[in-house]
Design a protein around this ligand. Structure first.
Ligand SMILES: *Cc1c(COP(=O)(O)O)cnc(C)c1O
Length: 386
């Protein structure tokens, strides 16, 4: 039986998908070598170049979710015995280190406390001790809500002759991700976060230096499915069959990226930032605090501490059943202690912020949490009038 639940997706992804994107999914499926589909791939590449802010020739959408993009970058850049420094301050840095170790790379995980961001000095010190081929960094750590500044670290990484690999799964489309300006060598994202498309594709881009590393490999890429040396021939002028592209997902991504372009990058980042500011004002007015390092809170993912005495699971269940609102729970060390409230893509709206605050207050009253009733809404209204 098919259900038809209507949800407000305010978790760590997937985010709400616009009706235009859903309609695109329903267009007739055509062949993956059909000339019309070839045009669609070209349009996707050009819109991805716009969104990533890059001229990189190898800019495409891998089949699979964000983790497939992570794995694509790692397995194409690294050969057995190559070394990678992975900066770990949450779940996704940890995942990158795991993926790298599985392809035979020599992995050094530089770990700091969850919620904190790396100081460029820490990276400088690590690179002074040992030579690495690649340095991996998570721009928007969705498990902690922390935003890692990239630009200064990029200069350090390049000064030490390494390639910079950046996870932009959550940040792309919701805040500035400047691949060329920040000189990122390999970057990946996902469709279901700030691009507001269903999950299923993973945008990836490779700089000229990253392509050189790929072309200079002595061994075949460990994964046949994710081998960019073959996949680039399908996305390139040769149009060589590799695997069947997920046709309808490509329609959806094209529509979602078209919406990004129509809105404009700066306007879109501004919208994400404004709604975050309003939500933050509301939450802080009722004593709920962010777990990410101060000044580094992500605009699209609000990770906050579950107040003392409040039952995490009961509140999330009530939000879902009474209001249709989905938020995320904590991962790893944050399990049961943190809520992750997403304001991603189409879900980043003023009305979602207000609805959520009202719904949360209702749940908190039932939890007998002591706070000034209505204060979050009042603060949010005040913040939105600024
Ligand atoms: C969601 C996410 C991923 C993994 O993406 P999937 O689509 O779940 O495979 C990787 N990195 C970050 C930062 C994410 O938020």
């Amino acid at each position: 039986m098919m259900h038809n639940y209507k949800r407000v997706l305010m978790g760590p992804g997937p985010s709400d998908v616009d009706a235009r994107v859903l309609a695109a999914l329903a267009r007739p499926t055509i062949g993956h070598l059909d000339p019309f589909f070839m045009d669609i791939l070209n349009e996707i590449r050009s819109l991805l170049q716009f969104t990533f802010q890059t001229k990189n020739e190898i800019t495409l959408a891998m089949s699979g979710t964000g983790s497939a993009g992570m794995e694509t970058c790692v397995v194409n850049l690294l050969e057995p015995g190559d070394s990678i420094l992975v900066c770990v301050n949450g779940v996704f840095g940890k995942r990158m280190a795991d993926v790298a170790s599985r392809c035979g790379a020599e992995v050094t995980a530089l770990e700091i406390e969850w919620g904190k961001v790396f100081d460029p000095q820490q990276i400088e010190q690590a690179l002074a001790q040992k030579k690495y081929k690649v340095v991996g960094l998570v721009h928007a750590e969705t498990s902690t809500g922390a935003c890692q500044p990239v630009e200064e670290i990029s200069h350090i990484v390049h000064r030490h002759g390494a390639l910079l690999l950046v996870d932009a799964v959550t940040s792309l489309g919701g805040m500035n991700v400047d691949v060329d300006g920040w000189q990122i060598d390999a970057c990946y994202s996902g469709t279901q976060k700030c691009l507001s498309c269903p999950p299923g594709l993973s945008p990836v881009t490779f700089s000229a230096d990253a392509v050189k590393a790929l072309e200079n490999r002595k061994t075949k890429v460990q994964s046949w499915y994710l081998d960019l040396s073959m996949i680039r021939q399908y996305w390139g002028t040769d149009r060589l069959y590799h695997h069947t592209a997920p046709i309808n997902m490509a329609y959806a991504l094209l529509e979602a990226l078209t919406m990004v372009k129509e809105e404009g990058l700066e306007k879109r980042w501004q919208r994400h930032l404004q709604n975050h500011t309003i939500l933050k004002a509301g939450l802080e007015a009722i004593g709920i605090s962010y777990v990410a390092q101060k000044g580094h809170e992500l605009p699209m993912l609000n990770a906050v501490a579950v107040p003392q005495g409040v039952d995490d699971a009961v509140v999330r269940k009530q939000l879902l059943t009474d209001y249709g609102i989905e938020i995320g729970g904590g991962l790893g060390t944050y399990k049961g202690k943190v809520w992750r409230i997403g304001l991603m893509g189409s879900a980043s709206t003023r009305s979602n912020v207000m609805l959520f605050l009202a719904a949360l207050e209702n749940c908190l009253i039932q939890q007998k949490y002591q706070f000034n009733h209505g204060a979050s809404i009042a603060a949010a209204i005040k913040a939105s009038c600024r």
